[in-house]
Write a protein that binds this ligand. Structure first.
Ligand SMILES: [Zn+2]
Length: 413
């Protein structure tokens, strides 16, 4: 197409302005450990309330889907990694707090940011060092030797400065130091993407269960979030940057006492998301959001283009922006696949792709076959797979607006 020069110049200026605005966008997400939605909704949390009043409060779930191939233990490091990678345990391969063999072929949100924008800066402020060294995998060949630009963690290993008392009050002191450092670094340096991790709430949950001590820890956490929120507000006012803060949790607590977690009951799976941005689209309104939705939402806000081989594996759906499809389902029967979805748009098509390989697991590419295009509003399709016999299928449902996927694992046939 031929465009006259006189038209081109204003167009270029316009796109430069958009790019400039996007460069000014920054994100910090905070994980406060082990707080179910019923707890956060009843606690005295003036800072979280101020943030969600400006933006959104959503109930979300942890734990994958109970009983499905992506069920994920409601254990801390699993929960952090669901958020960090945007996929469930069956893909990221962190089933517990030992973090023995994380599958880094599912790139962290920090990695996709750095791959897209090497000049952007990333930070972690954490009451548990493994979040940086094992989950993000700083400096490991398997993570492309990713380096954090700002890191403040490992205080829990310094037993001289932070002696481990029986009541675990040292963790509250560490959370406070982590929050203060996060607030200072955010205000002074403004990293483009940061993760803050606070632990003390879970410690009080384990020790005392649902109790005044646990509630007090939740309120302390709110005050620590407040330090970071004040720093963000000040920096945004000073610089004109557009900041998004998200606060969430890694799992809930057991129904009976609140002391335990790890299982798949409603309250252990119960989580929540507070955000200063209005998270509103058909999915956040009518769908069933979960913690893996943070990743595509952050990517969306920071304008990160996720490479196709990772995008087609993401288990989350963005909570902002226009989308068309969510909640994919796929079942095998007699050489056919029964596929269904929730349509969040009346128009458009769904392109269905299937793969019987899982090369992504080892860093390779999968061979997707295009099965056909179906009206989005149909919300279902039955497709023959006689030509692709397998015990394993990856099903990708691609629309113009967003793409979702589903696995069929160990189906009996
Ligand atoms: Zn936890």
């Amino acid at each position: 197409m031929h465009i006259k020069k006189s038209l081109l110049l204003p167009l270029m200026l316009f796109s430069t302005a958009i790019l400039y605005a996007q460069e000014q966008r920054k994100v910090v997400y905070i994980i406060a450990d082990g707080i179910s939605a019923d707890v956060i909704e009843q606690a005295q949390t003036p800072n979280l309330r101020e943030i969600s009043t400006q933006g959104s409060y959503l109930r979300v779930y942890q734990g994958g889907e109970a009983g499905a191939y992506n069920e994920s233990p409601t254990i801390s490091a699993v929960g952090y990694n669901n958020i960090l990678t945007g996929v469930w345990y069956n893909k990221h391969n962190v089933p517990d707090n030992n973090i023995e063999a994380p599958n880094y072929h599912y790139p962290s949100i920090f990695r996709v940011l750095k791959d897209a924008y090497p000049e952007k800066t990333i930070g972690i402020f954490s009451s548990w060092q493994d979040n940086r060294t094992k989950l993000i995998g700083e400096g490991l060949p398997a993570t492309g030797n990713i380096q954090m630009d700002y890191a403040f963690d490992g205080l829990e290993l310094d037993t001289l400065r932070y002696p481990h008392d029986k009541e675990r009050q040292f963790m509250s002191v560490i959370d406070q130091a982590v929050s203060e450092n996060a607030a200072k670094t955010i205000q002074e340096e403004g990293p483009d993407l940061s993760w803050v991790y606070l632990e003390f709430t879970d410690d009080m949950g384990h020790m005392h269960g649902d109790s005044p001590a646990y509630s007090a820890a939740v309120e302390k956490m709110d005050a620590q979030v407040g330090l970071i929120w004040q720093a963000i507000k000040k920096r945004a006012a000073d610089t004109g940057e557009d900041w998004m803060i998200m606060i969430t949790t890694d799992h809930g607590r057991d129904e009976k006492t609140g002391k335990g977690h790890g299982g798949q009951t409603f309250r252990q799976r119960s989580a929540w998301l507070v955000c200063n941005k209005v998270l509103e689209n058909p999915y956040s309104r009518y769908g069933k959001p979960s913690v893996v939705d943070l990743y595509p939402t952050i990517a969306n806000f920071l304008n990160i283009e996720i490479p196709k081989e990772s995008l087609w594996e993401l288990d989350g759906v963005t909570l902002m922006d226009d989308i068309a499809i969510a909640h994919p389902q796929a079942y095998y029967f007699q050489e056919q696949l029964d596929i269904s979805w929730t349509a969040l748009d009346d128009n458009g098509e769904v392109n269905i792709w299937i793969s019987t390989t899982n090369n992504k697991k080892t860093g390779g590419s999968d061979h997707y076959q295009h099965i056909g295009a179906f009206p989005l509003r149909d919300k279902h399709a039955v497709i023959p797979v006689k030509d692709y016999p397998s015990d394993f299928y990856k099903v990708v449902l691609e629309t113009e607006k967003n793409t979702v996927n589903r696995w069929i694992v160990n189906d009996s046939h």
